[in-house]
Design a protein around this ligand. Structure first.
Ligand code: ANZ
Length: 964
């Protein structure tokens, strides 16, 4: 909203004090100190060695590695919502610097990505050119905020010197396998040695040396942590690319662009993240992360304990996954996912005798029925298939399987409520225990058997039931054969007993199933990291030697993958890189002893998550051309912390939207690098904090179209744009909603220190808050009062009283030390809003007391403000006569003598008679006061064991107890 602000414009009027803190003064001070900091390298964090080695005294301090989720350099630049987290980490980092830490804080750019590529497609500008221009713009916007970054450590993921190492990590992952026994990744050469020596049997018999090269490559592909496979992938014709599961919305559409996504069999690169499912889950317990994010990761990984059970069919069997093996006696039919590979095999030419009409879907043969049903299922997304809870569809495939526990012949169906991508893609259906099975059984006239004792009065006759009964607290019934009986057991014991029986008889085994799938890692895009992989004439993939990295992106004429009719599932991807023949077909000597040969390069690129999977490591040693990161430097900043097997970044701040994608992938890469001995921490981020969003009002006209917020006027609680009444709703801030406010505007009107204070004062950092330009002036006034408490507005000279602390009045000392104590705790706990409230309180106290502020108070006030408003603090510190930057000064420590609250006396009465007196804080809560009173010795003695009927608390002065 455009509004003239009297406080900001006042100084230019003739009668204003010439040395008042104004926007113009803030601009001058801020620019000057920013230049100073850059010139002095004030924020340079020294490494223990290497090109960034520095002051040993700083290196000897405890380290703090403070990090933001780095930005994508968007063409739209920053609005005031973007830097919320950056300001917060900056305040925190500054506080840590002032409390004796060597602080690493910097910021790079996550610069590969679709918008630059789309812009390139539209305009012909190389994505690098537009990305670099955007970065330049953002760097200057960010510089204006006075962020204390070690700029020597910044980089962009598109720098070839950076993605050289992204490619190098890919090769490490490609060249390793997961040893399930050792529970860690190992070099693939060790697996080859095991096959070669016979220590590990070659599947299918035979010896390693007898395998052809192609057979060896295929076999190793089954183990490698990065592998190509022809699995069904999420193919999005509208975007012309495949997508990871995490990039597909709950409605089965592309997160970006909202196009339909189809399951299509395509040869693609994958990362075997599933090998790490257990560790990714278990290690969450030791991370200092918001519970909500941990929960999302746990759900995404989706660990289910249960059993696999084999149901024999014609000498073969169908394996199901169940979380309720205890309900095996209630399994009255089976369901295969329509795509299950055994469907064809078990589907006979004709319906067996006695097939019910309801089961055939009206088709003359099972083959016809299954084909028709499959076609129908293929057109639905997984979510649609699971969501249509009420009308269950399916067809009988014409075959029966044997329930191993009771020998019963149960019919086998295909139905789309069973998904191929989960468990084994086949279920045993227990209508009594599972609601979906119950509904299906009702629709298809299948038997329902009561196998748990109902506890809700419904009775044991399922024909009278309206829903399944699957209580976990109930007892099992109707479940015994000659060998095993579950009757009367609780669910937990029943599961144990039946699992033991399954294992003993070979009919099944206990197992753990994960929802997590391997990570689809290739994209049909231009603006990403090329894979360091080439194929020989037999199509065998070979890794490039590290000496050939970075493999740089080739120039191409057309940046876009071929896109197709969004609804045409039968299309195939065509990558931009494949069009550069000279780049694709090369003669190389890979240094493997075969000499120069012809190869074809991989023409997919990596997904844009790759660059953000490991960037914390590169900040540590950004110019190292020999190693990803020097081990000693990595250990210094990331090494395991006391009592934990991992270390990691001390504070990582970013939006909650990255709960599973980025954070899960980065954890996975860390673990692989840890296993292979390249890093000392198995987790990248020890503490995670999600900042809230800055929201903004969106104004819409009668057609629902957003109108520029800055042009809206308020009249008597209603809003108008060009005379027309408009509606107002809180929403996101952004260009498209015409309500973006830029940091540049606010800095111009008030200065960066005011913007910083305002953003930090808006509320607790993790809570979303509405932006209100009109409220910014409040923080500007705080800085004006602060200035006035230290500097004479008329002369510009220092106005403090040069007295000793002993001469300061007790009230002021109490106000000062309480503020120091509170601000210290608040900054440590990232409660920046309450820290600002305490600074304000102290500042107001000084204004109220009047007269020159005593120097010991003024100095500490400036130090308290320094992390929050660093420019004005630096300026005042200089004015106070100091020559060193305030950035590395010690943060004040409170004198406890002034911090303890005065106490008040509380009388404790029993039936109106005073029995005890307690000294309590004036701010004691009623709850605490009641507890203290009841715990008092004299009160306990006076009550003599009598019960209590009532306690009346009037904090802080009275507690009256009425005994029973
Ligand atoms: C028998 C049973 C009885 C089941 C009962 C549940 C309750 P979670 O917990 O998510 O792991 N299931 C297994 N594979 C499936 C697939 N591919 N598509 C759809 N459903 C599938 O769920 C595991 C349960 O979901 C399994 O346990 C199976 O149904 C079903 F009273 O088996 B249950």
């Amino acid at each position: 909203m455009s509004e003239t602000n009297p406080a900001a414009t006042a100084p230019v009027t003739a009668d204003a004090a010439p040395h008042r803190y104004t926007a113009a003064m803030a601009a001058e001070i801020e620019a000057r100190w920013q230049d100073f900091w850059d010139a002095e390298g004030t924020y340079a964090a020294p490494n223990p060695k290497g090109d960034l080695a520095g002051d040993p005294e700083l290196v000897a301090r405890p380290k703090k590695f403070i990090m933001d989720m780095f930005p994508y350099p968007s063409g739209a630049g920053l609005h005031v919502g973007h830097p919320l987290g950056y300001i917060a980490t900056d305040v925190f980092a500054r506080f840590q610097r002032m409390t004796g830490h060597n602080v690493l804080h910097t910021l790079g750019f996550d610069a590969f990505g679709l918008p630059a590529e789309q812009y390139a497609v539209q305009t012909g500008t190389h994505p690098r050119a537009s990305t670099e221009a955007n970065m330049k713009n953002m760097v200057s916007q960010l510089r204006r905020l006075g962020l204390g970054h070690d700029k020597r450590r910044s980089f962009a993921t598109i720098d070839p010197e950076y993605y050289k190492w992204t490619q190098w990590i890919f090769l490490q992952i490609f060249n390793s396998w997961y040893d399930d026994e050792a529970k860690r990744a190992r070099p693939i050469s060790e697996l080859v040695a095991q096959f070669d020596s016979g220590e590990r049997a070659v599947p299918g018999g035979g010896t390693w040396s007898a395998l052809t090269e192609a057979e060896r490559a295929d076999l190793l592909g089954e183990y490698r942590l990065a592998y190509a496979s022809d699995a069904p992938v999420n193919w999005c014709p509208g975007l012309g690319t495949v997508l990871a599961n995490e990039e597909v919305t709950a409605d089965g559409r592309s997160e970006r662009g909202n196009f339909p996504v189809f399951k299509s069999k395509l040869r693609q690169w994958n990362m075997r993240i599933t090998a790490y499912a257990d560790r990714l889950l278990d290690d969450l317990d030791q991370l200092d992360w918001p519970e909500a994010i941990k929960l999302q990761q746990r759900n995404w990984i989706g660990r289910s304990e249960g059993a696999r059970v084999d149901f024999p069919v014609d000498g073969e069997h169908i394996t199901v996954f169940t979380t309720r093996p205890d309900t095996l006696f209630g399994a009255t039919y089976m369901v295969l996912a329509p795509e299950h590979p055994l469907v064809e095999k078990f589907t006979p030419a004709a319906w067996p005798e006695g097939t019910r009409d309801a089961w055939t879907g009206g088709h003359a043969t099972p083959t016809e029925a299954v084909a028709a049903y499959r076609a129908q299922a293929a057109s639905k997304s997984d979510v649609e298939r699971q969501a249509e809870a009420k009308d269950k569809t399916g067809v009988f495939i014409g075959a029966y399987a044997t329930n191993p526990v009771n020998g019963e012949q149960v019919p086998v169906f295909v139905a789309d409520y069973v998904l191929m991508g989960y468990g084994t893609g086949a279920i045993m259906a227990v209508p009594a225990g599972d609601q979906r099975d119950f509904e299906f059984a009702r629709a298809f006239e299948l038997p329902i058997r009561c196998i748990v004792e109902p506890t809700d009065g419904r009775g044991t006759d399922p024909s009278t039931w309206e829903s399944a009964f699957a209580s976990y607290d109930a007892k099992i019934m109707n479940s015994s054969n000659g060998e095993v009986s579950l009757d009367g057991l609780g669910v937990v014991e029943a599961k144990e007993r039946i699992t033991e029986w399954l294992e003993r008889t070979g009919a099944g085994a206990g197992t753990v199933n994960f929802r997590l799938r391997d990570w689809l890692f290739s994209r049909q895009r231009y603006w990403g990291e090329p894979f360091p992989i080439v194929y020989d004439e037999d199509g065998i993939a070979h890794p490039l030697p590290a000496s050939m990295l970075p493999l740089e992106l080739p120039e191409v004429e057309d940046y876009s993958p071929r896109t197709f009719d969004p609804d045409d599932a039968d299309t195939k991807p065509e990558t931009p890189l494949s069009r550069n023949e000279d780049w694709v077909h090369v003669t190389l000597d890979l240094g493997d002893g075969r000499g120069p040969r012809r190869y074809r390069r991989e023409t997919n690129t990596m997904p844009n998550w790759a660059g953000s999977c490991w960037y914390e490591l590169r900040y540590l040693d950004p110019h190292n051309s020999e190693q990803l990161v020097d081990p000693e430097i990595e250990q210094y900043w990331m090494g395991p912390r006391e009592g934990l097997p991992h270390g990691g970044v001390d504070l990582y701040v970013g939006g909650a939207e990255h709960a599973v994608l980025h954070l899960l992938y980065a954890r996975f890469w860390s673990k692989v690098l840890f296993d292979l001995g390249h890093v000392s921490s198995a987790e990248p981020f020890h503490k995670l904090f999600n900042q809230g969003m800055i929201q903004a009002y969106v104004y819409r006209d009668s057609r629902g179209i957003a109108v520029p917020a800055a042009e809206v006027e308020e009249r008597d609680g209603a809003y108008f744009h060009g005379g027309e009444k408009v509606s107002r709703l809180l929403g996101k801030m952004g260009k498209s909603l015409k309500n973006a406010v830029t940091p540049d505007e606010i800095c111009a009107e008030y200065g960066a220190d005011t913007l910083r204070l305002y953003e930090m004062a808006m509320g607790p950092l993790d809570v979303s808050r509405p932006w209100d330009t009109r409220a910014v002036v409040g923080q500007f006034r705080l800085l004006q009062r602060l200035w006035r408490n230290v500097v004479d507005e008329n002369t510009g000279r220092l106005s403090v009283a040069d007295v000793a602390e002993t001469d300061v009045d007790a009230d002021t000392l109490r106000a000062l030390h309480k503020a120091i104590d509170g601000v210290r705790q608040d900054l440590e706990g990232m409660r920046f809003n309450t820290a600002i409230a305490k600074v304000t309180e102290l500042n107001n106290h000084l204004t109220k007391v009047g007269g020159p502020v005593p120097r010991p108070v003024a100095e500490r006030l400036v130090l308290l403000v320094a992390p929050l408003a660093p420019h004005v603090a630096e300026e005042l510190w200089r004015k106070l006569g100091h020559t060193a930057s305030v950035v590395h000064e010690d943060f004040p420590v409170a004198d406890p003598a002034y911090v303890v609250d005065e106490t008040v006396t509380c009388v404790v009465q029993i039936k109106g008679k005073v029995k005890a007196r307690l000294e309590v804080s004036p701010s004691v809560s009623e709850e605490d006061l009641e507890k203290a009173a009841l715990a008092d010795e004299k009160v306990v003695a006076a009550l003599g064991g009598a019960g209590i009927r009532k306690v009346i608390v009037r904090a802080p002065k009275l507690v009256n107890i009425v005994p029973a």
